[in-house]
Design a protein around this ligand. Structure first.
Ligand code: ZN
Length: 241
């Protein structure tokens, strides 16, 4: 299998997994960067049913946002991806999602903290990009990347989230964790004050070191479930427990 075939296949599968998890629909997009070839692969933009995305639906562009294959348009916020791919050698995969629970942290005036051990990979915190606008220019992408710094992602005020991974597996798993941590936080808040994990708690658990391996296992788990999914909207996301 060529690198291009493998990346198209992986990104299409990841798109469908996010659709199954109700984290990617009308809005949002994901990308993976082939650094050697200088090519960025994108999930298709608005109007495409994300539950049915195939490898042929994946768009290919250069780092300046010029589509290299076919006449489909890139997602409007393509600079989110190209700037991060260019600036960070460890940002080979990028998700921009309007995920329902994680986006609540882009709305509430409450800083995000992990609440379970799996969330410890975000133990250093998740910054917020405060400009409530779509990121449609490279300059805006640079501003967003500046806010993200060395972090694993960011909340985008009044908008959504960005999650970075060294590969598609890490991007998927990091995004699933952030969404699940947000959901658990919102639900636990009904019982009273949250007892969040501190930076020391997160460091002691050592989840960051395990993250690549856990991401691979999570990929196999979700890809298998997605292969059996009927693609119908309205079902429950796969439990993350
Ligand atoms: Zn957006």
């Amino acid at each position: 299998m060529s690198n291009e075939t493998a990346l198209r296949d992986k990104l299409a599968t990841c798109t469908r997994i996010f659709a199954m998890q109700q984290m990617l629909g009308l809005f949002g997009h994901i990308s993976v960067f082939d650094a050697q070839a200088g090519r960025v692969y994108f999930s298709p933009s608005q109007g495409v049913d994300k539950s049915a995305v195939s490898p042929d639906d994946i768009l290919v562009a250069d780092r300046d946002g010029t589509v290299l294959d076919g006449d489909m348009r890139l997602p409007m916020e393509w600079p989110i991806h190209t700037v991060l791919h260019a600036r960070r050698g460890d940002a080979l995969a990028v998700a921009h999602l309007h995920a329902p629970y994680a986006t609540l942290y882009a709305i509430a005036k409450r800083p995000f903290r992990p609440v379970t051990l799996q969330g410890s990979v975000f133990g250093a915190g998740v910054p917020i990009y405060r400009e409530p606008q779509l990121v449609k220019t490279v300059a805006q992408g640079e501003d967003l990347a500046e806010v993200i710094g060395d972090s694993r992602g960011a909340f985008m005020r009044g908008h959504g989230i960005v999650v970075i991974g060294r590969d598609v597996e890490e991007m998927l798993y990091g995004s699933l964790i952030l969404e699940d941590e947000a959901r658990k936080s919102v639900e636990a808040a009904a019982l009273g004050e949250l007892d969040c994990l501190t930076v020391a708690d997160c460091n002691a658990f050592g989840g960051v070191a395990d993250f690549p391996g856990r991401s691979q296992r999570a990929w196999r788990y979700f890809a298998n479930l997605e292969s059996k999914w009927d693609g119908k909207p309205g079902g429950s996301p796969v439990a993350f427990a």
